[in-house]
Design a protein around this ligand. Sequence first.
Ligand code: NAD
Ligand code: DAU
Length: 376
Amino acid sequence: MRRMLVTGAAGFIGSNFVQFWAEHHPTDNIIGLDALTYAGNLASLEPVADNERFTFVKGDIRDGEAMHGIIKREGIDTIVHLAAESHVDRSIHGPDAFIDTNVRGTHELLKAARDVWSEDWSGGARRFHHVSTDEVYGSLAPNAPPFTEDTAYAPNSPYAASKAASDFLVRAYHHTYGLPVTTTNCSNNYGPYHLPEKLIPLTIVNALDGKQLPVYGDGLQIRDWLYVRDHCRGIERVLEKGRLGETYNLGGNSERRNIDVVKGICAHINKIFAGDEQIRERFPKCPAAVGGDTAELIAFVKDRPGHDRRYAIDPMKATLETGYGPAESFETGLLKTVRWYIANEPWWRAVMNGSYREWIDLHYSGGKREAGSGKR
Ligand code: NAD
Ligand code: DAU
């Protein structure tokens, strides 16, 4: 029976992971920790709110003393570290928070785990699992092979650089102090509880409200998409089978161009609306409500500075060593995701009316992104 600390528990992946772990490991105790920044949302933890083995703690990973206290007091044996500033566009506008949380915060957490656990090293019974990203590897040429664990780090955005730095700190704490760590570098997640500042949820909620669907540059950038539940299962596999000190790449085997992702969402919405009068009445501003094509809303806007062209993951090491493999295809996962946002309107309306609104107001004028020179 584990006593697990999940940092960033009220975020997108954190809340999905807590729900996943509670379902699959009902005898484990889970402490979900989160500073509740603009990205943290307690409503995303609603499904586990009445679970007596789940406790939420508001806390900041940059507060080393508090982290030490929680790990010791709660007898934590497993840390799944997800807390971070996670949005590339925000890191371009304001990199400081990324260095502070992702680098310094991760270091405070590592120090606390090392201090508490070194009082009683129990070998394999302890684990610090660090969740990182494929963005640390930089950008791939169109025909280059996907990232493996041996690909050299070449982070291009302040966000990616801060994650790379945190990965190196985790590695160093294992190499120098013997902290029992594992790291996963995963590709773009999507699914329920995803904040509508990221491409897929932003496209869905804007489409439902009949707003512009901003596509950066020419829209031909490629990401590998991983359904969030498959990512949670991947972390579980690595916790159970991964070797200490190793890193594992987790991907979805689903490379897609951004423009095709956006068109795919529009196609799902068109089809769902065509067969459901109630949904047409609930979202009257969506073109599909009156038989139009949602893709009419697509607008090519100014590109992201330093925009990485392509990411792709080779998950073979995780597959061979841990049995990892995504269950969801991009098509099935995307349809589930569109349906989830239609069914959970109160969740995203509340998010849009909260502090996240400030970012929209600052970077979108009148709901419209600055028009760019991107071509189809
Ligand atoms: P998110 O922004 O949705 O959630 C991050 C959570 O961390 C939020 O709840 C926020 O309140 C919390 N947080 C931020 N600063 C904190 C602090 N100082 N102390 C405690 N909590 C704090 O992000 P996400 O998409 O769920 O990403 C989770 C992790 O997975 C991140 O480390 C991210 O780098 C990594 N990752 C994400 C993706 C993706 O596609 N979303 C892909 C690869 C890796
Ligand atoms: O690759 C893993 C990373 O995926 C994670 O480490 C990050 O935390 C996560 O935010 C995500 O980063 P991206 O920058 O790839 O995700 P985002 O959803 O912001 O953008 C996906 C692609 O879509 C990217 O090429 C930029 C583009 N985009 C994004 C937005 C928000 C648009 O074209 N229009 C948009 O409005």
